[in-house]
Design a protein around this ligand. Structure first.
Ligand SMILES: Cc1cc2nc3c(=O)[nH]c(=O)nc-3n(C[C@H](O)[C@H](O)[C@H](O)COP(=O)(O)O)c2cc1C
Length: 168
């Protein structure tokens, strides 16, 4: 499958089969995170692999949609803002950009492996910090469930390239 074919195949999966993810597939997804580029190669992130069965009650506090815990695994990308590159002239910290690229790499790899995912930003931070036992400098950026899809894509159109792209 080409990268573009994988991108076309991906959609937000909001329903999962009661089926485990093979360890080999999980390791490939984590490898994609390891290979993700980060600003100045700081690698100021950590990926947490959350077992949904063991952590169901806490995960419901983090994000209440039932489909989150239908999947066997939830992945969380956590950034370490203190270690990320800061653009010197305007002090913009790029930790969230790094973490987002890491999540995108994992999601595309999962898609290629026939697994479903869904970017989740609308989580409650406090219960997630407690669940992952994060320190002050660790900042959760995105979650995704990972599992075998049991839901069709919603109708989600895209703007035309004319609207999205400008050549100057
Ligand atoms: C950064 C980001 C955060 C998102 N957060 C959520 C979320 O919290 N809950 C949810 O159900 N979908 C979330 N989504 C999914 C989007 O709604 C979805 O990607 C968009 O509607 C396009 O649909 P598609 O993913 O099926 O192509 C998020 C997507 C992105 C990229």
């Amino acid at each position: 499958m080409s990268v573009l074919e994988t991108i076309e195949k991906r959609y937000s999966v909001r329903g999962y089969e009661d089926k485990e993810v093979e360890e080999e597939k999980l390791q490939k997804i984590l490898k994609a995170a390891q290979l993700a580029p980060t600003g100045v190669n700081a690698q100021a992130f950590k990926v947490y692999v959350i077992d949904t069965k063991k952590n169901a009650d806490k995960l419901k506090e983090v994000y209440s949609a039932e489909w989150l815990i239908e999947a066997p695994i939830v992945l969380a990308v956590v950034s370490k803002a203190n270690d990320a590159w800061i653009r010197p002239w305007d002090s913009v910290n790029i930790n969230e950009i790094d973490a987002t690229i890491v999540m995108d790499h994992m999601i595309l790899e999962a898609t290629e492996l026939g697994l479903g995912t869904c970017y989740i930003a609308a989580f409650h931070e406090r219960p997630l910090i407690d669940l992952l036992k994060l320190s002050e400098e660790e900042h959760p950026v995105l979650l995704t469930p990972v599992g075998y899809p049991n839901a069709e894509p919603r109708e989600t159109g895209r703007k035309s390239l004319e609207e999205l792209v400008e050549y100057i």
